[in-house]
Ligand binder design. Structure first.
Ligand SMILES: [Zn+2]
Length: 331
């Protein structure tokens, strides 16, 4: 009898254990046969033997159950060990994305100005006529409105044509001093080699109390420093220009980063690249927001133009065609 229990104890797997169970308790099992053999015994002998067999059967069943539990646990352990996943393993993925070059440039521009203590301001894309035009010294029927082809809605609202309305909204809600930039997308009804209906601008505004506390010299310093931060050592020149919202106004050129100023196709053989518009804030703009006795300057730039120059992308449309061969170079 002891052998049976030793055998059960030594079973090395659930399958082996099941074999043992069948050999004892199955239809043709030895224990089952012993029960059948009871028929041939005398009455009192049978009772005695039946009692013994039943006790033995109970013990065997108990031993089988205990062993089964132990083996199941071991097999589960082994299975877990085998299927273990090492989550710390590095797997190179071919689907890793990259930051879009326009956003990459936007981040660099924002990084410079925030490091110079400019606050970041945002505004709505759908604007009203007052914030997009009128408050910026562009009254209705002013011919300068033709400079911007506008997407209008039926109710007279429009998609902002520049980020300047954010300057107006900031001045409406805050008192000077103001030192802010507003990055974002703007919209114009225009599409050709150098224009897309949606593009990105970053504009800046500085306003301080006092009629002469902020001068053109301050503006000149910050823009020169900024262009050197983005493009390295470049020469910078200011050309007088006209914008309705600034007076005096200037366009800013930097020496061509491709030919160093000697003249090439990109700079149309002038040696200069036009990169920014700027000026001192027009008094009419201050009047529109109720500011008095203040002075300030403002500037604006197209992010796509900066990205094209900095990353040598020759065609503006490349930014909007989602061509992976171009985007993958910015990983
Ligand atoms: Zn050039």
């Amino acid at each position: 009898m002891k052998e049976i229990f030793t055998k059960i104890e030594e079973a090395s797997s659930l399958a082996k254990l099941e074999e043992i169970r069948i050999s004892l308790l199955g239809k043709k099992g030895t224990l089952t046969a012993s029960f059948s053999a009871l028929r041939d015994l005398e009455e009192d002998q049978r009772k005695q033997k039946a009692k013994e067999l039943n006790l033995l059967k109970l013990e065997i069943e108990k031993a089988l159950a205990t062993k089964k539990e132990a083996l199941s646990f071991l097999e589960l352990q082994a299975k877990l060990e085998q299927e273990k996943i090492d989550v710390s393993l590095f797997t190179p993925s071919s689907l890793r994305g990259s930051i879009h070059p326009v956003m990459l440039m936007m981040d660099r521009i924002v990084e410079y100005f925030t490091s110079m203590n400019f606050a970041l301001e945002m505004g709505p894309l759908v604007e009203d006529d007052f914030h997009n035009f009128e408050a910026l010294n562009l009254p209705k029927y002013h011919p300068a409105r033709d400079m911007q082809d506008t997407f209008y809605f039926k109710d007279g609202k429009l998609l902002r044509t520049h980020t300047s309305p954010v300057q107006i909204r900031t001045m409406e809600s805050q008192k000077p001093p103001i030192r802010m930039i507003c990055p974002g997308s703007v919209f114009r009804c225009d599409y050709d080699l150098t224009h897309t209906p949606m593009f990105h601008q970053v504009e800046g505004l500085v306003v301080e109390e006092g009629n002469d506390s902020v001068s053109f010299a301050n503006l000149k310093f910050i823009l020169e420093d900024f262009l050197k931060y983005i493009f390295g050592e470049v020469k910078v020149r200011f050309r007088s220009s006209f914008f309705p919202f600034t007076e005096p106004s200037a366009e800013v050129d930097m020496s061509c980063i491709f030919c160093g100023g000697s003249g090439c196709r990109v700079c149309s053989h002038t040696g200069w690249l036009e990169v920014l518009g700027c000026g001192c804030v027009d008094n009419n703009v201050f009047k529109a927001v109720g500011y008095e006795n203040v002075s300030g300057y403002a500037f604006g730039m197209g992010v796509e133009r900066f990205a094209m120059l900095a990353y040598s992308v020759p065609d503006l449309r490349a930014f909007f065609e989602s061509d992976l061969r171009i985007l993958e170079q910015f990983k």
